[in-house]
Write a protein that binds this ligand. Structure first.
Ligand code: NAD
Length: 368
């Protein structure tokens, strides 16, 4: 074997360990067929790290992630840690990893796979194949926030009392670097970029629009259009097949990608790649959470995590063949009618076999 990649694996909580185990099995099998060795190192984050170290993101996890070639993450969080101090909630690990590795762009392909048309709640979804490019280290999740006491009164006389605030703030630099990722991607795809914002209300959104318009002159073949986020939420349902690349802020991307997950059948089908500085490790993870309701029952759909490994091989290492072989194996598995419960529907009987996490993983490996 000539090539070796060191992957930091952060299983996290809930279904995290099951889906990362499944994805690594597929990744190792697909890589070895192409003469590539995969070395893994397991790191703790989220609730699992709170239990062991008292904090969601220990220094050794950040260091281990930085030393790796790429990071695979399951999901973090769960009811067990819902009441811990907000400063050490499991989800803090995500923000810490993203900012610690300077992963400012989250790329979320949304594809309705052949055979899953009936899993979509839409009557005629059409051919859905678009990408959401979400800004990941700025905006309201990282802006100035706080709580203060106010003695002021509302117009009806009610005392305001405590005031809690979060701030949406973006710099030109932050916006331009994510826009460039979006334009480059659109240029390689169907050449359509939609900027989703709330420019009718927010000053920061108006800056996104100005900068997107300026950058569009460098991409004469890419058609740029704009949608307010509330309208975008409707259009994703009414005409999902018309989108190519959507670029948006941290919070809007967070919300719209869950909606997109439903459009293509299940959130368990959506992979993602978080990338930043060239040459630095990216982070690859399904967009869903830790699904505590399914944990430990061999019911979780591992395909989003498996597809995240395909994104890792393509985006980080340029291993197009390995990435294609994983994606084709997932397609074959679905075409053969294998389904986890999240992508199986009442009344759907034609050649559909309901299977668990382990069985669908083995089928993907057999189909490589
Ligand atoms: P969730 O994504 O975990 O679950 C939402 C629904 O989707 C549930 O019904 C779940 O069973 C289902 N689902 C999710 N992934 C699935 C899969 N792979 N296969 C089959 N079904 C799947 O979201 P939630 O319930 O809002 O959150 C649960 C926990 O996960 C919370 O603690 C939350 O903070 C955390 N969370 C973590 C991340 C992350 O680590 N990136 C993201 C979102 C939520």
């Amino acid at each position: 074997m000539s090539k070796k990649y060191n992957i930091a694996v952060i299983p996290g909580d809930g279904i995290g360990p099951e889906i990362t185990t499944a994805a690594i099995e597929v990744l190792e099998a697909a890589s070895s067929r192409n003469g590539i060795e995969i070395f893994t190192k397991e790191l703790k984050a989220g609730g699992a790290a709170i239990d062991e170290f008292g904090i969601p993101l220990p220094q050794e996890t950040i260091e281990g992630a930085k030393e790796s070639d790429a990071v695979l993450l399951g999901a973090v969080g769960g009811p067990k840690w819902d009441d811990v101090d907000p400063e050490i909630r499991p989800e803090r690990a995500l923000l810490g990893l993203r900012s610690g590795l300077d992963l400012y762009a989250n790329i979320r392909p949304v594809v309705l796979h052949e055979g899953l048309e009936t899993a979509s709640p839409l009557k005629n979804p059409g051919k859905v194949d678009f990408v959401i490019v979400r800004e990941l280290t700025g905006g309201i999740y990282f802006g100035k926030n706080g709580v203060y006491q106010s003695g002021d009164r509302l117009p009806d006389g009610t005392v305001k009392g405590k005031v809690a605030f979060d701030t949406e703030s973006y710099s030109e630099g932050e916006i331009n670097r994510i826009l460039k990722i979006g334009f480059d991607l659109a240029d390689k795809r169907r050449k359509k970029l939609t900027l989703v914002d709330k420019a009718n209300v927010l000053i920061s959104s108006r800056m996104w629009r100005t900068l997107a318009t300026q950058m569009s002159f460098d991409y004469p073949d890419v058609e740029l259009d704009f949608l307010y986020v509330d309208n975008a939420a409707m259009q994703l349902i009414s005409r999902p097949s018309s989108f190519d690349v959507i670029v948006t802020s941290n919070i809007f991307g967070d919300i719209l990608s869950d909606e997109a997950g439903q459009v293509v059948g299940s959130i368990g089908m959506l992979p993602s790649a978080s990338v930043g500085m060239p040459g630095k490790p990216g982070l690859f993870e399904p967009i869903h959470g830790s699904a505590p309701d399914l944990a430990g029952q061999n019911k979780a759909n591992p395909l989003a995590t498996i597809l995240s490994c395909a994104m890792m091989m393509r985006t980080m290492f340029g291993e197009e063949e390995v990435a294609n072989s994983i994606e084709n194996a997932v397609k074959k598995t679905l075409a053969a009618g294998l389904r986890t419960s999240d992508i199986t529907f009442v009344g759907e009987t034609n050649n559909i076999t309901l299977v668990g996490t382990k069985e669908i993983t083995q089928a993907v490996i057999d189909n490589l």
